[in-house]
Design a binder for this molecule. Structure first.
Ligand code: ME8
Length: 635
């Protein structure tokens, strides 16, 4: 096992609101990265932290509005965060709360240490205070005298407070950023921070008089004051590991932090200088993502209802939701969220590309070999494609480029689809050695695909592995083994059980196709010759109503139907008795090939053919989706 450890944090979220898409997004990114690193390094080497930020004016106000005590209020909302993460299948190692005693003790110790070192001093400060942001603004930062975030006029407050000598560490920080080019990434945020650091860095006010704000942590050296926002919140990243003496701190620090651009400055400037002042090594990387713009208005217009993004996870499934947010946003940039785009991705990428490939391969293995396909040769077909995908995923995840990593996995899925279309196992003799080889290889690649997918779509990957009879694989396979799985394999077999349907297709309810990247069409189950629209028009498909049905003596399969097409009545013989007994037909509306040359079956002339769909021996009649008169033409 590697000695390398990976410690990943999300921001701790304010409990003045319940979790929304933005909170879910960062936590999904972190969960995915933690799972990926667990595959790469081993479960024990990875630590994933999230939690809630529970002190301050805003929380007190929100509690008052809810008619609750601050403690009851933070307990309740923090509980909702915890529950939501469980609902989304997110699995942090720890959920930290800043009202917890161990955290409070660590904050006081940290403050005392910096105070003793002489980097915290008492002074007077007058400034423009925005209650919404809980911070002072300098004249320069205001826009037309207003808070740039809230567009409200701040209150001028003059009071005595404690200050952290942040300015003292400005040169050190600039130098550190230059010497570690990916300390803050992507680059645009590093540049933003460096631009900010061109101006002199002011000292940071870190306290509030307890007379004005009681819902905070008392300063250990002056209990007339409580500490203020960032000197409480940021310290969670080390208090959670039991700093200063905890084993976990020794093992896992320094961290990789994950945040959105809204809290860049406290993380890129306050936090490293605080750590420096306390004599601690800085974090490893600050990874900064963009903002979701939520197109609620658009959603409500096209669907008649406002859909809250988190509800979409319930509506379409956790993995479809995860897939959408991970695939749709380029790390570092903003992205728009819409339900239509989610449905389009679900249908194209998940139901078509992945779901069809998986069920096609597994069903053939069941149909041909009763579920067991044995290794036929070790020519390692597509092994290079698997290697390439695994390497591309690893390289992309190193940069937090989730969308790129998924694109690499989908490129492997697409190569596998092409491999099947080229080899057409559905048309070949099951006993042919080549057929076995192709299906074995396809199962092998699906196994590797499931492992690659596990960090991103854990539930789907686990179902895929279950269907392949390899349910515990993610625990035992390390990421770097994936490519080598396929090469030089001498023995092996896949035992396919029940084939789960991974993603049902969602019927689009909007007329206009959503504006998302077009995917190449997946290979159909059987690749028929292509026809033109004129060819298709030669088939006269009609809706027909069944008047009556009777069994045909001496035939196990045939049933004789009397059907109506508008004013016309016809007799049609259908081979569907085993699936639809005679008594089940009357009143049904069906689809009929109306211009089929009449044929005689068991001495009865049949004037048409009933359409039905077949899935692995199960037959289902096709019918109009809504009532429509018999004789209507199908176009
Ligand atoms: O700032 N798009 O908490 P917070 C993407 N308690 N991500 C978003 C988002 C959006 N539209 N909106 C929010 C705080 N986020 C402090 C942090 S850390 C020591 C203290 C996510 O509840 C994103 O991760 O306002 C952002 O950084 C965070 O929520 C802010 O959460």
């Amino acid at each position: 096992m590697s000695d390398e450890t990976f410690y990943l944090t999300t921001p701790i979220y304010y409990v003045n609101a319940t979790p929304h898409l933005g909170h879910a997004y960062t936590t999904i990114l972190a969960d995915t990265m933690a799972r990926f690193q667990k595959l790469r390094l081993g479960t024990e080497q990875v630590y994933f932290l999230t939690g809630t930020d529970e002190h301050g004016d805003k929380i007190v106000q929100a509690a008052a509005q809810a008619g609750e005590s601050p403690q009851a209020y933070v307990d309740r909302i923090s509980g909702i965060f915890l529950e939501t993460w469980a609902r989304l299948g997110l699995a942090p190692n720890q959920f930290i709360r800043t009202t917890g005693e161990p955290h409070k003790r660590a904050v006081q110790r940290f403050l005392q240490q910096i105070y003793d070192a002489g980097d915290i001093y008492f002074g007077e400060y007058g400034g423009h205070y925005c209650f919404g942001c809980e911070r002072f603004y300098t004249e320069k930062e205001l826009e037309d005298g207003k808070c740039p975030d809230h567009q409200t006029t701040p209150t001028f407050i003059k009071e005595q407070n404690y200050f952290f000598r942040m300015g003292k560490y400005q040169e050190w920080l600039i130098d550190h950023i230059h010497r570690h080019p990916d300390f803050i990434r992507p680059e645009r945020y590093r540049n933003e921070v460096l631009a900010f650091l061109r101006e002199p860095l002011e000292d940071l006010c870190i306290s509030r008089p307890a007379a004005r704000l009681t819902w905070g942590i008392p300063l250990p050296f002056d209990d007339r004051y409580v500490t203020y926002v960032w000197f409480d919140a940021l310290i969670n990243y080390i208090s959670a590991l039991g700093w200063p003496d905890g084993d976990a701190f020794r093992r896992f620090w320094p961290a990789q932090h994950l945040i959105a651009k809204d809290i860049l400055k406290p993380h890129a400037i306050y936090w490293p200088t605080m750590l420096k002042a306390a004599g601690l090594p800085p974090f490893r990387h600050l990874n900064v993502h963009g903002y979701w713009r939520i197109e609620e208005a658009k959603m409500s217009k096209s669907r008649g209802t406002v859909v809250r993004p988190l509800d979409l996870a319930d509506k379409y499934g956790v993995d479809a939701f995860r897939y959408f947010v991970l695939r749709e946003m380029t790390f570092g940039l903003d992205a728009g969220f819409s339900e239509d785009a989610l449905v389009a991705r679900l249908n194209a990428d998940l139901a078509n590309d992945l779901g069809n490939l998986y069920s096609r391969v597994l069903k053939l293995i069941r149909r041909y070999y009763g579920g067991t396909v044995t290794h036929a040769s070790d020519n390692g077909e597509l092994a290079d494609a698997v290697h390439t995908a695994a390497a591309a995923v690893a390289a992309a995840m190193e940069r937090f480029a989730y969308s790129e990593a998924l694109a690499a996995i989908w490129s492997l899925i697409s190569s596998t689809n092409k491999y099947l279309v080229t080899n057409e196992p559905w048309k070949s003799d099951p006993e042919d050695a080549r057929t076995k080889e192709v299906l074995f290889t396809a199962a092998e690649i699906l196994h590797a695909t499931a492992t690659l997918l596990w960090p991103f779509l854990p539930q789907t990957a686990e179902r895929m592995l279950q269907g392949l009879g390899a349910p515990n694989s993610t625990a035992s396979i390390h990421f770097h083994d994936i490519g080598s799985l396929l090469k030089g394999r001498q023995t092996g077999q896949w035992q396919v059980g029940e084939v789960p349907s991974l993603f049902p297709r969602i019927q689009a309810t909007v007329a206009k196709p959503p504006a998302v990247e077009k995917k190449s069409a997946p290979a159909p189950e059987v690749t028929p010759e292509q026809i033109t629209i004129e060819d298709f028009r030669r088939v006269d498909l009609r809706v027909a109503e069944v008047i009556e049905a009777e069994a045909i003596k001496g035939s196990k399969k045939l049933v004789k139907l009397r059907v109506k097409l508008n004013d016309e009545e016809r007799t049609v013989v259908a081979g569907l008795k085993e699936h639809y007994p005679p008594e089940s037909w009357a009143g049904k509306r069906i689809i009929l090939v109306a211009n089929l040359k009449p044929t005689s079956l068991m001495g009865i002339t049949s004037q048409g053919m009933v359409l039905a769909a077949e899935d692995d021996g199960r037959i289902v009649l096709l019918a109009p989706e809504q009532p429509i008169s018999s004789g209507s033409k199908v176009r």
